[in-house]
Design a protein around this ligand. Sequence first.
Ligand code: PLP
Length: 396
Amino acid sequence: MKQYIDEADKVLMQTYKRYQVVLDHGKGMFLYDVKGKEYLDFTAGIAVFALGYNNEQYNEALKNQVDTLLHTSNYFYSIPPIEAAKKLAKMSGMDRVFFTNSGTEAIEGAIKLARKYHYNKTGKAGGEIISMIHSFHGRSMGALSITGTKKYREAFEPLIGGVRFAEFNNLDSVKDSINDNTCAVIMEPIQGEGGIYPASEEFIKGVRKLCDDKGILLIFDEIQCGMGRTGSMFSYQSYGVKPDIITSAKALGCGVPVGAFAATEDVARAFEPGDHGTTYGGNPFATKAVSKVLDIFETSNILDNVNKMGLYLWHKLDDLKKRYRIITDHRGKGLMQGLEFSVPVNDIIAKALENGLILISAGTHVIRFVPPLILEEKHVDAMIEILTRCLDKFEK
Ligand SMILES: *Cc1c(COP(=O)(O)O)cnc(C)c1O
């Protein structure tokens, strides 16, 4: 492993602090490194691998698509994007879909669509966007501009203008940020990177009403909390509100890099030919993945499993919280949960890794649990067993 790691450290840009493990393959809930050591994975490649590793139906569909048609330009029709868009529109309650290569690009598209809608409506450019403090929307210049953590933005300014940050779960703060130029409010219904903070029902409904009253678009970034993760297909569906634009990625392709933004008919129509585009986005290969993922979600009743296992995980993590003083909070929904600690969690995560458990943080003090959605009770039990052993070392 050491040789690979040394090579990587020479040729790859140093944007990540990587664990000293070279992964080789995966099966279901488990990953294996090049030496054959097994890891129970409660991270799913950052909320990506909803179906677990090496799902046979998924792999077969992709292999067939490789042999049929990988790519064609967006100047032609092909079948996979049509099927994927139909399914995604139906499951999200939106009318039209644009496929991208990543979550960040989905955010870029959503920002552009909101601005174009505002431009058409008012005849003026310069629509302002309200985003939330501690939100995360991506690393490109546009997505970074609306990401609510200053340390990510600072070195890269000037970013796009016309962005205001409001306090999450504080309706007055959103109200105070609105002016005549506001074109959109964007939020994650459950903040992921920021530390697993669910929006309160009161807040989300309040923002929806505020946007309706003022003619402002509401964008939900469901890149992490969508695709079944919280127990409904998209997390807003459990709040009983509907956005005007949604963004999706991560589990949308379950490993194939693909994202999407989708909108209601009225909003989507703001885009005309030439307003937006992509070479790779939504190609037959990527959209075949989307289509197959959505099919497997339905046929395997994955949402039932998320709800059942979400509850099971909730009880088990709550037990942990009662046992260890260093655990100060437990938040989340479905299979997107977080434990907050009074100490930085890096060392705990490293210890878990040594013991064959892959965990991920969200910020410095929160361990985030975003396992594949196929997990079973025995996997939760095994995770708790390893984590307990690690925590015993940190708290006597
Ligand atoms: C991961 C993430 C993004 C960025 O997606 P990429 O695919 O990494 O570009 C945007 N928003 C949220 C909520 C995310 O979790």
